[in-house]
Design a binder for this molecule. Sequence first.
Ligand code: CP
Length: 309
Amino acid sequence: MLKRKDLLGLYDCSAEEIDEILTEADAMYESLDKGGKCGNVLRGKTLITLFYENSTRTRTSFELAGKYLGAHEVNISSAASSVQKGETLIDTGMTLNALKCDFIAIRHPMAGAPKLLAEHVGASVINGGDGMNEHPTQALLDMLEMRRRFGKIKGLKVAILGDIKHSRVAKSNLFGLKKLGAEVWMYSPATLMPQGIDRLGAKIAKSREEAVEGADVVMGLRIQLERQTGGLFPSLSEYSKFYGVNDAVMKYAKPGAVIMHPGPVNRGVELTPALIDGKSSVIVDQVTCGLSVRMAVLKLLSRYREERL
Ligand code: CP
């Protein structure tokens, strides 16, 4: 059973904890499909979303997850908060804690910021993406999508292509997928491949075709121009030509393979528009899995808080 105050990353989650979250999230997905948007497991609880970086999917789905489960929900964007007056993360966190909130979902450009916050507040902290470190609920939603499509994670070949170096999504997926028994292949320009990722269990491909050969899942990752200092590849059009995923590359994948992307997509860069909108793409359904996962995480953390008090 999930016995933790916070969800900061998948590196330190066990396979059993991940499996429990996915099972709960699967039930949430089924309930949402039947119109179930008015639960009460978080009635009387407060969720604050504290985002220091832009977001559409993660922030909105945390907000809706809280609302659908009956919580009070407040959003704080750093651009409109006292962060702009120089307030520190810990002072902001202690202020929110004094307002008696139960959960803080945070996105921050610095790796480790959610952990620092969690050490200073009684509220449960959920990492919504910290720098180049982790994005655990994104990887959980990706795994939920795979589990729903294939009925299992164990034994799947997952090919991850794109800006792996700057990607918290790639790292959380690697940690989670390896724990559940999948094979994770990665491919990118050498300048976008973090050194030592093979020691964490990734298989590094020498070509797009090798990465995708026999894959059940082909995941494109966004080129994160905002985290790059420049000069890591010649141009977006050359990136697309030599490293992007297109129909010719997908011919190497297993029949029935699915295309995934965490979003937002740079159309025509990581994936061709035809693949993004094609019948193998599950990119839109990943968003519903994201809502389901965030509902499940809030419910399970809340249960632990109730039992601990
Ligand atoms: N995948 C993801 O984190 O998307 P957002 O930046 O829109 O939250």
